[in-house]
Design a protein around this ligand. Structure first.
Ligand code: G3H
Ligand code: ZN
Length: 280
């Protein structure tokens, strides 16, 4: 059933489990992610980014499809707005029935990030919506590997206290859109952030993190683990294989179907690695 991200993440954080948060671009992504979660018997977060909404020309169509898929799931599934920089889009997501949003003002300096985030948190909380924000910009959104940023634990604690955010995305060595899984995580920093920050921590750019480091990141204190590029890699490889195997293929179901199945398998595998099981 459709569940709030806040409830899924809070339960997992209490148990020391990870939560997989996977990005939806096409309908088949939503279906694959839910099928994988059902296979693993784990709750899951479907997230739709501002960029994905821009790709579709609007948030509502892919959001409504994702919400409908979540409603008919046999495990807890939430629908979350990812990397929103537009407060207008945040309002639209809340109106559509999203239980959570990530407001990303991490490109701004500390004071401006704090002020903009506090404002969004106040509006969202008044509407019963859970908010994730980011401090210490996780790089790579321009496709350039940029793992250098780090979030300071004392600053993170002050930011959470001043804004009232429900979860915090932190920079600990990952970078967005990596095609190789060889990011070097700062586990001591994750532990220090866990000790300093009273809300669940979020790892972005997790496609670049090797299996064993995903497990270690959760053990050191990460809860919500965002993975997008890696699933696209799995999905697109399966499409490519199906098209290459039969040059006469024209029915889109004949290559999107296998890609959806391959992605579901990988989601189930990742959820087991994140120790996301039985967290709902
Ligand atoms: O917000 C989404 C994630 O941070 C995904 O990053 O594409 O590098 O896995 P990724
Ligand atoms: Zn991200």
């Amino acid at each position: 059933p459709l569940t709030g991200t806040g409830a899924i993440v809070a339960t997992a954080a209490r148990a020391g489990h990870g939560v997989g948060a996977f990005n939806v671009i096409q309908l088949e992504h939503a279906q694959a992610i839910i099928a994988g979660a059902e296979q693993a018997g784990a709750p899951v977060v479907l997230q739709i980014s501002e960029n994905a909404a821009r790709y579709h020309g609007a948030l509502a169509p892919i959001a409504k499809a994702s919400l409908a898929e979540a409603e008919r799931a046999t495990v807890a599934v939430s629908v979350h707005l990812d990397h929103a920089t537009s407060t207008e889009l945040v309002r639209e997501a809340v109106d559509l029935g999203f239980g959570s949003v990530m407001f990303d003002a991490s490109a701004k300096d500390y004071e401006d990030n704090l002020a903009a985030t506090a404002d969004v948190v106040a509006r969202c909380h008044a509407a019963g919506c859970w908010v994730e924000a980011e401090l210490g910009e996780v790089g790579g959104k321009d496709g350039v590997h940029a793992p250098g940023a780090r979030t300071d634990p004392a600053e993170a604690a002050a930011f959470v206290a001043a804004t009232g955010v429900d979860a915090l995305a932190v920079a600990v060595g990952t970078s967005h859109a990596m095609l190789t899984r060889d990011a070097s995580l700062d586990f001591d920093l994750i532990a220090a952030l866990r000790a300093a920050v009273p809300v669940p921590l979020v790892l972005h750019g997790s496609s670049g993190v090797a299996d064993e480091d995903l497990t270690a990141a959760v053990q050191h204190g990460m809860t919500k683990v965002n993975i997008a590029t890696h699933l696209n890699h799995v999905f697109t490889t399966a499409v490519r294989d199906a098209l290459t195997a039969d040059m006469r293929l024209v029915d889109t179901r004949r290559y999107l179907g296998p890609a959806r199945a391959a992605t579901a398998e990988e989601v189930a595998r990742l959820l087991r690695i994140l120790n996301a099981l039985n967290a709902s």
